[in-house]
Unconditional design. Structure first.
Length: 106
């Protein structure tokens, strides 16, 4: 429904659509609920049913892998920045000489 422009759909409308599909296409489709309470609709043909299930599970794995990959990228960038900062060889006098250094803000 989101893809055709309906952002919110009443529960009664969802039930009505499901019942209408089940009565008109009862022998040729199956409707299952997934782990996020979404409805999966696939044809009755055994090969298509297995293909639909495999496609759906692969799509979920891909989304999970992308989320993990993005998290790993952030960690890698953070570690690289940390190492680059540690490798910098900047000699600083301690305590700083205020009279000779014009870059110190007071």
């Amino acid at each position: 429904m989101d893809s055709i422009g309906f952002s919110q759909v009443k529960d009664s409308t969802k039930k009505h659509l499901r019942r209408k599909l089940e009565t008109e296409l009862a022998a040729s489709i199956h409707i299952l609920s997934d782990d996020k309470e979404r409805q999966l609709l696939y044809p009755d043909c055994l090969a298509m049913r297995e293909l639909a299930k495999a496609t759906y599970s692969l799509e979920m794995e891909l989304q999970h892998a992308r989320a993990i990959k993005a998290g790993d990228a952030v960690k890698k960038v953070g570690l690289q920045l940390r190492n680059d900062i540690k490798k910098q060889d900047i000699s600083q006098r301690w305590p700083p000489d205020v009279e000779q250094d014009d870059n110190i803000i007071m």
